[in-house]
Design a protein around this ligand. Structure first.
Ligand code: UDP
Length: 414
């Protein structure tokens, strides 16, 4: 039963109409118009986790909206033994540029897990969207009767050459690929490579407005005092998110301004490295945890993330590599200034000096300097946050993502 996969029921009770007050009539009318020619079409999304991470976050919000506008959309999760996820996490690392060699046995576990999953997953939809490398080889095990699209959320600007060569054979079987950034295009691939930027759902628990009481209740429950300015990074404990580097930045900052750092990262079922990185942070923390100046949280709680982003004076996303980094947009939507690495999809979201700061993520002093600028001038942070929120409204809300999907469906199903 373990390898049967998971079917996600994702009716969240929200409809497209709920977005009208946020994005306005024109956006909503355009979506209905585009959806009209696609009524009754059946779409399947497959990925490898229903929680913790940007991919699940987006599918969770997108699927109910697609259903609401008349596209019958299902969401399935590939399951596997722990070695499958260890291997695919290493794939992820290698695609983001780490040099890792993979044995034939590892490649075989990867492909066999997909083959086993194919025996329990019936696919008779009009279009299939496969997310990220975990379920990529599935296509090999079906008689293909519909367009298949591979949606890669990873920073593919410098993938490990050998691994990419291995995966590319599978990607070639697809009708097209979706990436988040121009820089992720693969010249070796004779395929349509469509760019779709990720987006957030302004009505989800993660992003909806919260009352003061709700915020206070959440902070109390998780033991986060706000007697000092709060700096936050919301990220899985992952080396590319560089939580140890964030801690180093914090150590420099607090020599000048008394403040508190929260690192909030839930443990994703498809990410086996989380606890190892968590322990590295603990070791680097010295007595900061005991003194309460560093708070580490691992709960999976969207309302907690929402509350933390809202009460932070500044939000960090000091990633060394980042496919997109939804957390940046999430924090901007809450009117907070964001200081983040100038890598991957992050510069798409932050206008340097206007809605936050882009920094060289390997330069902890530059990052600390930008944090201090905002800590020492709270009005600057407020101005940046307000500008950031409007930028998100125009560019990174789920209604725009839905529009992109409808366009893709129309062009594929013609
Ligand atoms: N997230 C969360 N709880 C956590 C850490 C992260 O809910 O403790 C969410 C975060 O709010 C965001 C997603 O996981 O929606 C992370 O997406 P992002 O694109 O930033 O990075 P990824 O994890 O996909 O690499």
């Amino acid at each position: 039963a373990f390898l049967q996969g998971i079917t996600c029921i994702c009716d969240n009770g929200r409809t497209l109409e709920d977005h009208r007050p946020i994005v306005g009539d024109d956006v909503i009318s355009e979506i209905y118009r585009k959806a009209a020619v696609l009524q009754g079409k059946r779409v399947l999304h497959v990925n490898s986790t229903y929680q913790s991470g940007g991919v699940a976050e987006m599918i969770l919000s997108l699927v109910p909206l697609m259903n609401d506008v008349g596209i019958e959309t299902e969401w399935k999760i590939i399951t596997g033994h722990s070695d499958f996820f260890t291997i695919t996490k290493n794939f992820h690392n290698a695609l983001q540029g780490q040099r890792i060699a993979f044995s034939d046995r590892e490649k075989s576990v990867y492909v066999t897990t997909n083959q086993e999953f194919s025996t329990v997953l019936k696919i008779d939809h009009d279009l299939v969207v496969i997310h990220d490398p975990q379920p990529l080889p599935l296509i090999n095990f079906y008689e293909k009767k519909q367009p298949w699209i591979w949606r890669c959320h990873i920073d593919l600007s410098r993938p490990d050459h050998d691994l990419w060569k291995f995966l590319q054979d599978y990607v070639e079987l697809y009708d097209g690929m979706i990436i988040s950034h121009e820089d992720y295009r693969r010249a070796s691939l004779a395929k349509e490579q469509r760019i779709i930027r990720p987006a957030i759902d302004p009505l989800s628990e993660k992003n909806r407005d919260l009352s003061e009481e709700e915020i206070d209740g959440l902070l109390e429950r998780y033991g986060v005092p706000i007697d000092k300015p709060l700096i936050t990074q919301i990220s899985r404990f992952d080396k590319w998110k560089d939580p140890v580097g964030v801690l180093e930045v914090f150590k420099i900052v607090r020599e000048k301004v008394d403040c508190r750092l929260v690192l909030c990262g839930s443990m994703a079922p498809d990410d086996p490295e989380g606890w190892m990185i968590y322990r590295q942070v603990e070791e680097a923390a010295g007595d900061l945890i005991e003194s309460g100046d560093l708070i580490l949280l691992t709960a999976e709680d969207h309302l907690l993330v929402n509350a933390l982003q809202r009460v932070s004076v500044v939000v960090l996303q000091k990633s060394l590599k980042e496919g997109f980094g939804l957390t940046v947009t999430e924090a901007l939507w809450k009117g907070r200034p964001v200081i983040a690495g100038r890598v991957g999809g992050i510069p798409l979201q932050i206008q340097d000096g206007e809605t936050g700061y882009l920094v060289d993520p390997t330069d902890i002093h530059e990052c600390a300097d930008r944090v201090l600028r905002i800590l020492e001038d709270p009005k600057l942070g407020e101005r940046m946050g307000a500008a950031g929120k409007e930028y998100v409204r125009q560019n990174f809300l789920i209604t725009r993502l839905l529009t992109n999907y409808l366009d893709m469906l129309t062009s594929e199903l013609g």
